[in-house]
Design a protein. Structure first.
Length: 700
């Protein structure tokens, strides 16, 4: 090793976020396969007796209205087998759609639905479509694939327009990419089924790379939202109608909805049961992850509902899903087009809600679009080309933030015939002082600065945190403050947040403190937290800094989490690092190869895989992996840079210099590469070249 030359492993670890934990029990075996279930069985149910005991047919005798309401809901049509009665129209006559350089042909042959993928040279492959997701406004279809896998095709049927469209129109997705319809990112078993079926079990088997997936019902039905149904049905049949059905409190009800209506990381192997705490099984995505939300908290990527709702003042005031929605139809309990739903609370000041007179508040006449509360405070954002969804953050329109930060505003969404300055002028006339003093505007500016890693954002985040009442925003600030380590003010704030009542706050504070050199004790204390999401945050923090997890039960929880998610590249790379620590080079190669195979068009997968191979002492394999990645991303300077550092690590300074020279030729402002090149030149006794490279490293 050359101590003067930054080792390639240290230099590249900053590119990835990895963690590992030695299993508490080295006897871990493959995922048990359900008895009698073969991969690829797309049944109506895998548990007919359970369905008969807990399904809608068992409930309808006493709850006819609720079941009839449910039958017309999106939940009732969330997932099903294809049907000539329901789906023939979409395939008749045979339809064609162009997508990512190929033609997709959708046809009905007798009672068999097929998709033909026709290449430019006329050759084609045929795939049977066996399932459908959703009803309106669009339907996605499932193609059967080897290994018990069902793939959600990206060619999607627009029901209202009777046409096929590409839900990713404008961004080509090719074979080998995570998001291609045959890729793992579009795998139904891992990404869709939990929220489209009742009592779903993924049952992924890593060794055979196959799914033995099961479910009780092909949609979201009674047992997904009510516990104790079998006992309740038996009691009802015996005449004791109110026995056997536990009553959920408001928090439990909301968190049961959240298991599906949230962008979240799943922490347990389909173990959530009705009444459990959300944070014991999931970790919610918040705006501390750039790209998911706009800086003010408005929805941007597909984050669904729960995250934006948790960020809202409405949620903090105690409003729940059922205050606005019928749980069986999913429709609102009162109309929104005449403001009845919102005014239910805001006309009388119910439970402390601010009293609002709509026309005075909106400056728009009664009956107009601009006088509807939801148009301004719950603006819609369209996903999948034709699916508009309401923001549940209840923000105030602020056109000035559109001009400053590109954040959408409801005024411009409606007044498309006017320019942005017009909207800013009127919003300032009507709400100038309120908007200027509203925490929304300050928050957006600070978070936008934090996304850009601007130094002044650190103090801005700390200032926001002083007066913040909403835990989800506190957690967001902490996550973003993690970019400003090792400032003592950041550490002090995170330490003060460890006593928060909210697990999102404690978990993020734990992770950030774990990145401080002296933060170990607080992280160790968090291993004893009563919420799994916090314990796993502590475990991840220890593992990512290559420290042992002293609590055997938490170490097992962390390993179980990784194993459950072993059909995702990030978990596989974590498992590879764990195997490297255990000196199991064969497992390292297996995990890395599988991770790359899942996203083989992504150069970063090769980068991270190479790091782990080198960690295990497999430098030859690391070099081959980097070269494979370079072949698919020839313009990426990280590959010659990484190869140069690896060559230096292997003692070949001439080859190291050559690779680093290529890196800076591709990216002349790659200052880190210039710095490493200057060190290589020095050790090659080329002082003039070393001095020149050093000047370049300093931006001269």
């Amino acid at each position: 090793m050359h101590p003067g030359l930054t080792t390639w492993l240290t230099a590249l670890l900053a590119l990835c976020w990895l963690g590992c934990a030695k299993p508490a029990d080295d006897s871990y075996t493959a995922t048990p396969k359900p008895a009698g279930i073969k991969p690829g069985e797309y049944r109506i149910t895998h548990h007919p007796q359970r369905l008969a005991a807990t399904g809608p047919d068992a409930c309808v005798q006493c709850h006819e209205d609720a079941v009839n309401d449910w039958k017309r809901s999106h939940h009732a049509h969330a997932n099903r087998l294809v049907s000539v009665d329901l789906d023939a129209k979409a395939f008749t006559p045979t339809r064609r759609i162009q997508e990512s350089g190929v033609t997709y042909e959708m046809a009905l042959e007798g009672e068999r639905f097929v998709m033909r993928v026709i290449a430019a040279d006329g050759t084609h492959t045929e795939h049977e479509l066996i399932g459908a997701i959703g009803s309106t406004p669009l339907r996605q279809y499932l193609a059967k694939a080897p290994g018990g896998k069902f793939q959600t095709i990206s060619a999607t049927y627009d029901v209202a327009a009777d046409r096929w469209l590409d839900v990713y129109e404008g961004e080509d997705r090719f074979p080998g990419e995570w998001g291609h319809w045959q890729g793992q990112g579009m795998n139904w078993n891992a990404n869709c089924a939990y929220c489209h079926t009742t009592e779903f079990k993924k049952n992924f088997d890593f060794e055979s790379d196959s799914y033995h997936t099961t479910w009780t019902q092909h949609n979201i039905a009674c047992a997904e939202c009510h516990s104790g149904l079998e006992a309740h049905v038996k009691a009802a049949q015996a005449g004791t109608y109110h026995e056997g059905l536990p009553q959920l409190n408001t928090v439990q009800t909301i968190e049961n909805c959240a298991t599906c209506h949230a962008r979240r990381d799943q922490l347990t192997a389909d173990a959530f049961e009705v009444g459990d705490a959300f944070d014991d099984h999931f970790a919610l995505a918040l705006p501390d992850q750039p790209g998911l939300y706009f800086p003010d908290g408005k929805i941007r990527d597909e984050v669904y509902v729960y995250g934006s709702f948790k960020l809202s003042s409405m949620a903090h005031a105690g409003v729940s899903c059922m205050d606005c929605h019928n749980p069986h139809t999913m429709e609102t309990i009162l109309p929104t087009d005449n403001n009845l739903l919102c005014m239910r609370c805001h006309e009388s000041g119910l439970d402390g809600a601010p009293v609002i007179q709509p026309t005075q508040h909106s400056f728009h006449p009664a009956g107009s679009t601009g006088n509807r509360c939801v148009e301004c405070h719950m603006p819609k954002r369209t996903y999948m080309q034709v699916d508009p969804r309401s923001d549940h953050g209840f923000h105030s329109p602020d056109p000035l933030l559109t001009k400053e930060l590109g954040i959408p505003n409801a005024c411009s969404d409606c007044h498309t015939d006017q320019d942005l300055d017009w909207a800013i002028d009127w919003s300032e006339r009507w709400y100038g002082d309120k908007l200027a003093q509203h925490p929304q505007r300050t928050r957006a500016r600070v978070i936008a600065a934090a996304y850009a890693y601007q130094p002044e954002a650190m103090q801005g985040l700390l200032d926001l945190a002083k007066d913040e009442r909403i835990p989800a925003w506190q957690a967001t600030y902490i996550g973003l403050l993690g970019n400003y380590i090792p400032h003592e003010a950041v550490k002090a704030h995170c330490q003060s947040m460890l006593s928060s009542d909210d697990p999102m706050v404690r978990g993020r504070a734990t992770e950030v403190l774990g990145r401080f050199p002296d933060g170990s004790q607080q992280v160790l204390d968090s291993l004893k937290d009563d919420m799994r999401s916090v314990r796993l945050a502590a475990a991840r923090s220890l593992a990512s800094s290559n420290r042992p997890i002293p609590d055997a039960s938490v170490a097992k929880e962390f390993t179980d989490y990784l194993r459950f998610n072993a059909d995702r590249p990030q978990s596989l790379l974590m498992l590879a690092l764990q195997a490297a620590r255990d000196h199991d080079t064969g497992a390292v190669e297996t995990y890395v190869a599988r991770a790359i195979a899942l996203d083989r068009a992504n150069g970063n997968a090769y980068q991270q895989g190479a790091i782990l191979l080198s960690t295990a002492g497999l430098n030859g394999a690391a070099e081959r992996t980097l070269k494979d990645g370079w072949a698919i991303a020839p313009q990426d300077p990280q590959f010659p840079y990484s190869l140069g550092l690896l060559a230096a690590e292997m003692g070949d300074l001439e080859r190291a210099a050559a690779y680093l020279e290529e890196a800076v030729a591709k990216a002349p402002d790659f200052y880190r590469a210039w710095y490493n090149l200057s060190l290589a030149y020095s050790q090659l006794n080329r002082p003039q070249d070393a001095a020149r490279a050093q000047r370049k490293a300093q931006g001269q």
